[in-house]
Design a protein around this ligand. Sequence first.
Ligand code: ADP
Ligand SMILES: Cc1cn([C@H]2C[C@H](O)[C@@H](COP(=O)(O)O)O2)c(=O)[nH]c1=O
Ligand code: ZN
Length: 272
Amino acid sequence: MRSICAMRSLLAASTFHLRSSPLPRSPSLALPFRLNLPRPSFGPARSISATAAAAKSRGGMEARSAHSGEIHVIVGPMFAGKTTALLRRVQLEAGTGRNVALIKSDKDNRYGLDSVVTHDGTKMPCWALPELSSFQDKLGTEAYDKVDVIGIDEAQFFDDLHDFCCNAADRDGKIVVVAGLDGDYKRNKFGSVLDIIPLADSVTKLTARCELCGRRAFFTLRKTRETKTELIGGADVYMPVCRQHYLDGQIVIEAVQPTRIVLDLERSTVML
Ligand SMILES: Nc1ncnc2c1ncn2[C@@H]1O[C@H](COP(=O)(O)OP(=O)(O)O)[C@@H](O)[C@H]1O
Ligand SMILES: Cc1cn([C@H]2C[C@H](O)[C@@H](COP(=O)(O)O)O2)c(=O)[nH]c1=O
Ligand SMILES: [Zn+2]
């Protein structure tokens, strides 16, 4: 199998296909042939007849792909395990013989651009792109057609998320798994992530642990007074918090002038 390099190169470095390797083994490339196994379900699966009905409602056009596409959305605050869940799903799909490709926004340069990396260091090769519309061009049509599953991380940074997901699932029959922040540090909707909920087969909202009390964390607190919406960072800039500590944290941050603040809300102190 490894000797057939021509087929391998079609799918390039970040389009991979695994037999059955659990995390954190890194993915390898292999032949893009298809096993006719039932798709593992991430949530309620959409039936082919539902897709046909959707195609009809788009003006009687038939779906172009033989497959019914799917869209699965994973949201939650930072550190909730969104990337971990995305990588697991993609590996699961690859393990059943499907060709998978992983994309992240090139704005996320935290751990280099060649991989999607979780906060605890699990990584997989990816395409780092400025916009999703460049994916098909980058891959080439032949390789794109062979991809069964597209994973998208840091989805909040892609302005063309809605159109890409729509085309990939409805027109091209791809399984699209999307991970991203539903809300920004102000708890406003972030990018277009919420706009794809009406397109989705399943939506999973994950929670983290509040860094200050250990309860479930639904929100991401920014620890600095920087106000631009997009600010790349990790635990140095953000922390997952419960509702109470989100509200307490906002009060503390607004009351303090400097740009960098260390919060110690449990002891009601703020260190500058
Ligand atoms: N407050 C935290 N600070 C740093 N790392 C954390 C924190 N909470 C959880 N983690 C680690 O982050 C991992 C989840 O990382 P990841 O899947 O990249 O999350 P997400 O994509 O939702 O930000 C957890 O398994 C844990 O090891
Ligand atoms: C809340 C918030 C986050 N960001 C940035 C910070 C990180 O670079 C990513 C989120 O990464 P993760 O994989 O979910 O941990 O988004 C931002 O730009 N603005 C925000 O308000
Ligand atoms: Zn808390």
